[in-house]
Design a protein around this ligand. Structure first.
Ligand code: CP
Ligand code: NVA
Length: 321
C-alpha cells in the first residue's frame, strides 16, 4: 500500500504491523529514514501532528520540508488563476521527496494528491478522517489494557473525523465501540451501516444513541473531541448549544465503569467538551495519547517509505461520501 489516507484502506494485521514497528523503533531507534525528505503541507494549524511527527522523523534520521500551503492548495480550474494544478504540484514534489504528510480541508484533495504523487501520501487530518490519531489511540489502548483485551470505548461528542477513524479502527480490532451525540450532528445512514458491517466482519459490536449516560454504561474508555472543529467557526454558537448535554464530566464518568479512563485527541476546550477534573484525573490518558502520536508516526513513515508493511487484500472501505 502506497498511502495512508484512511483506516478503512488497511486490514487489522497491517495496522498492527505499523504499531509493532513503532514500538520496536521507539525501543531500538534506527536511522531508517536517513537521506529521506518528507514534505509537510498543512492547510490548518497543528501542534501534536506536526511537531510530534517531525520529532519522530528526526529520531529516525529523516528530514522534514515545510511548504507554504498556498503553493499547494491555491489551485483553480482556470490555468491563469493560480500557479499550477494540485496534480502537477504532486508530480514535481515526487521528484525530490520520499513522502508527503498533509492536513487538508477536503478529503478529495488527498485523493488527487495520492493519485498523482509517486510517493506515499499520509493524511494528517481531513474533514472526514484522522487515521494517525486513530493508530496512536489504538496503541494507547493496547498499552493501557493489553493487546489481546477487548475493551468498550464510548465516543461522546461530535460525529466527525476523529470519531470516525476511532470507531473504524476499534471495530477492525473487534472492540465494543459506542457513540452518543445530538441527532442534528449524527452519522449518516451510510456511515452507520458501514460501522455495523465492520462489527459483523471483525467480531466487535457497535451501538449508538442520543443519551450519553445510557451509552457509556459499563464502558472502559470515554473519548471526546472538540465540539467545533477547525473550519466550523461559523456554526460555533449553534453547535455549542446542541452539544451542551454531551460534556464529559464527573457525573458522566460515574455512569461508566468505576475505573474508566478518559481519552481526547486534543486540543481540549476545558469547560466545554470536558471538565478539568476529568482531563486532569489520574485515569486520563490524554498525555499518553499525545506521546504516542510521536511513537506511532515512526512506524507509519518507516513502514510506508521502506515498504516494510505487507500488502493484504482489503474487504471493506468507506469512501467518505
Ligand atoms: N490531535 C491532533 O491532531 O492535534 P493537532 O491538531 O495539534 O495536530
Ligand atoms: N475534530 C477536530 C480534531 C482536531 C485534532 C478538528 O477537525 O478540528
Amino acid at each position: 500500500m502506497k498511502d495512508l489516507l484512511t483506516i478503512g484502506d488497511y486490514e487489522p494485521n497491517q495496522l498492527q504491523e505499523f504499531l509493532n514497528l513503532s514500538e520496536s523503533l521507539q525501543e531500538n531507534p534506527q536511522p531508517v529514514l536517513a537521506q529521506k525528505n518528507i514534505l509537510f503541507a498543512f492547510e490548518k494549524p497543528s501542534l501534536r501532528t506536526k511537531v510530534g511527527t517531525e520529532a519522530a522523523i528526526n529520531h529516525l534520521g529523516g528530514n522534514v520540508i515545510h511548504i507554504d500551503p498556498k503553493v499547494v492548495f491555491e489551485y483553480e480550474e482556470d490555468p491563469f488563476g493560480c500557479r499550477e494544478s494540485l496534480a502537477d504540484t504532486m508530480k514535481n514534489i515526487s521528484q525530490w521527496c520520499d513522502a508527503i504528510f498533509s492536513r487538508v480541508f477536503s478529503h478529495d484533495d488527498l485523493k488527487v494528491m495520492a493519485a498523482n504523487a509517486g510517493i506515499p501520501v499520509v493524511n494528517a487530518l481531513c474533514n472526514l478522517h484522522h487515521p494517525m490519531q486513530a493508530l496512536a489511540d489504538l496503541y494507547t489502548i493496547q498499552k493501557a489494557y493489553g493487546k489481546d483485551e477487548t475493551v468498550s470505548v464510548s465516543f461522546v461528542g461530535d460525529a466527525n473525523n476523529v470519531a470516525f477513524s476511532l470507531i473504524e479502527i476499534g471495530l477492525k480490532f473487534g472492540h465494543d465501540m459506542r457513540y452518543s451525540g445530538p441527532k442534528d450532528y449524527y452519522w449518516s445512514e451510510d456511515q452507520l451501516q458501514y460501522f455495523n458491517l465492520l462489527a459483523v466482519e471483525y467480531g466487535g459490536s457497535f451501538s449508538h444513541g442520543s443519551d450519553p449516560h445510557d451509552i457509556v454504561k459499563g464502558s472502559d474508555v470515554i473519548y471526546t473531541d472538540a465540539f467545533v472543529s477547525m473550519g466550523e467557526e461559523d456554526i460555533l454558537e449553534e453547535k455549542l448549544r446542541k452539544f451542551e448535554n454531551y460534556q464529559v464530566n464527573q457525573k458522566l464518568m460515574q455512569s461508566a465503569k468505576p475505573d474508566a479512563t478518559f481519552m481526547h485527541c486534543l486540543p481540549a476546550h476545558r469547560g466545554i467538551e470536558v471538565t478539568d477534573e476529568v482531563i486532569d484525573h489520574p485515569n486520563s490518558l490524554v498525555y499518553e495519547q499525545s506521546k504516542n502520536r510521536m511513537i506511532v508516526s515512526k512506524g507509519v513513515f518507516a513502514g510506508l517509505i521502506t515498504e516494510s508493511v505487507p500488502e493484504v487484500s482489503k474487504q471493506f472501505n468507506y469512501n467518505g461520501i
